[in-house]
Design a protein around this ligand. Structure first.
Ligand code: NDP
Ligand code: 2IT
Length: 453
């Protein structure tokens, strides 16, 4: 049977066995199709049924999370942990708390995580979890009670050498703290079972900054390969959470000018450059809507989502040299890609997971816009999580500079691996193909080594 028909069979099975899981299907479709040159060159992968095996999670845990709100009412949410693949190390990947979370979303994220984690060169398997719990508008006590209840089930399935969750959308240091406290209470052990911990109790320096910084380091490597640089480049960034904020911070230190950010309710365009301290005050400290930013900067323009037909994606209509989608999946569409090309954008660098729709990626690549896929460009977060695991295991604490230097090196290696692999398969600079093949090959070879398990 040919590689192409194998791929179609596996995709068909996903349609039948995982109906309605559109994001998971989208991610699987992209990865499998980009593997064709590898599968045609070496039939060992199809012969070992790797495509089917790698698209089915090793374990899927779905559980009920009951918690008591501030009015004394019992609320019910769904909790998920999808332990996708442990061929190269313990399961590793974040937890997302957002009302849009469902099994298909967690499966797409867990599937992508397999290849991202492999690309880091570190020994970590792929997983993802989360809940449809909406942290917005909840009190600290409600967040704590939810996290405790969530962990009351999750603790049975995780461990420092088994599965190590971390943050993602809606899960930051506060949530990791409540989750860790409950894990410790239930198991009586103080162990590195979560990453993204506060520095006082086992966290790593630079983990908070790592995804955003790593994304900019990746962009820097990519641009330098084409004799370009970040210096003086106008950058549009979407999102205003952990990834977006530290992307903006690092862009400034590399001499670029980040002019936008966004949240679920609207976006900011600040022509002279986003004021980082104001952004941190509004989003990180006070957890307000971005609208509060314009009260501090009257020369900034706030556009609410309702004023724009494509939701919060209006940042892509602002002329830029480089775009950093750093909010959520499918936020950069074909219409956005056309505007970016018309404005002369040279690079789209994905800080978020799968933020660019498939037709938008095709359009950008066809028009010679450099494209950095999320599983390579945003891998700095999980890579630094693994550095946190290493520090926990050896009871060491590395300085900010030590961790940041390792992160820089890892991002440079990821770029080299993806780039060299694209060359090996005669599509130099196509990092979608390069990253997918390189990430896949290591995991698939490891699965073959370990037999039919
Ligand atoms: P945060 O929760 O810190 O921030 C998310 C940001 O995106 C917020 O500004 C939020 O707006 C906005 N947002 C979220 N969902 C939507 C939506 N459906 N529509 C419009 N805006 C939305 O999350 P992170 O910054 O950690 O994550 C951002 C992206 O980066 C995600 O795709 C995540 O998977 C990915 N990522 C994160 C890593 C990490 O280490 N944290 C590592 C690698 C990838 P609002 O403030 O209104 O909620
Ligand atoms: O998507 C991601 O890579 C993350 N949310 C970070 C995962 C981690 O384990 O640090």
């Amino acid at each position: 049977m040919s590689a192409k028909s194998d791929i179609e069979n596996v995709l068909q099975r996903i349609k039948v066995c995982s109906p309605g899981q559109n994001e998971f299907y989208q991610a699987a479709h992209e990865v499998l199709h980009s593997l064709i040159p590898l599968l045609e060159e070496d039939e060992i992968y199809c012969a070992n049924n790797i495509l089917e095996r790698i698209t089915v999670a090793e374990r899927t845990i779905i559980f009920r999370v009951n918690w008591v709100d501030d009015q004394g009412k019992i609320q019910t949410n769904l909790g998920y942990r999808v332990q996708f693949n442990s061929a190269i190390g313990p399961y590793k990947g974040g937890l997302r708390f957002h009302p849009s979370v469902n099994l298909g979303i967690i499966k797409f994220l867990g599937f992508e995580q397999i290849f991202k984690n492999s690309l880091t060169g570190l020994p970590i398997g792929g997983a993802k979890g989360g809940s449809n719990f909406d942290p917005k508008g909840k009190s600290d006590n409600e967040i704590m009670r939810f996290c405790q209840s969530f962990m009351s089930e999750l603790y049975k399935h995780i461990g420092e050498t088994k599965d190590v969750p971390a943050g993602d959308i809606g899960v930051g240091a506060r949530e990791i703290g409540y989750l860790f406290g409950q894990y410790k209470r239930l198991t009586g052990t103080f162990e590195g079972v979560l990453t993204g911990k506060n520095i006082n109790w086992g966290g790593s320096n630079a983990r908070k900054e790592a995804t955003g910084y790593g994304s900019v380091y990746f962009a820097d490597n990519f641009l330098r390969k084409y004799n370009k640089s970040l210096e003086d480049k106008v950058c549009t960034v979407s999102g205003s959470g952990n990834v977006a904020i530290y992307t903006i911070e690092k862009l400034y230190s590399m001499g670029a000018i980040p002019v936008t950010c966004s949240d679920s309710r609207g976006s900011i365009y600040h022509k002279n450059g986003i004021d980082l301290n104001s952004l941190k005050a509004v989003k990180e400290i006070n957890k307000q809507s971005l609208e509060a930013y314009v009260a501090l900067h009257s020369d900034a323009v706030y556009t609410p989502v309702s004023h724009y037909p494509k939701g919060g994606h209006q940042v892509w209509s602002i002329p830029c040299d480089i775009a950093f989608p750093s909010a959520t999946q499918n936020e950069l569409t074909i219409e956005d890609a056309k505007m970016l090309v018309d404005h002369g954008c040279i690079l789209v660098n994905e800080g978020a997971n799968m933020p660019t729709t498939p037709d938008a990626i095709t359009y950008l690549q066809k028009h010679h816009v450099l494209f950095a896929p999320g599983k390579a460009a945003n891998a700095g977060g999980v890579a630094t999580s693994q550095l946190e695991m290493s520090q926990n295991a050896s009871m060491a604490t590395w300085t900010f500079e030590e961790v940041d230097n390792k992160l820089r090196q890892i991002m440079s290696n990821i770029f080299k691996t993806a780039y060299e692999t694209s060359k090996e398969f005669n599509c130099e600079g196509d990092l979608v193909t390069g990253a997918n093949i390189a990430g896949f090959r290591k995991v698939a070879d490891s699965m073959i080594d370990q037999g039919a398990i």
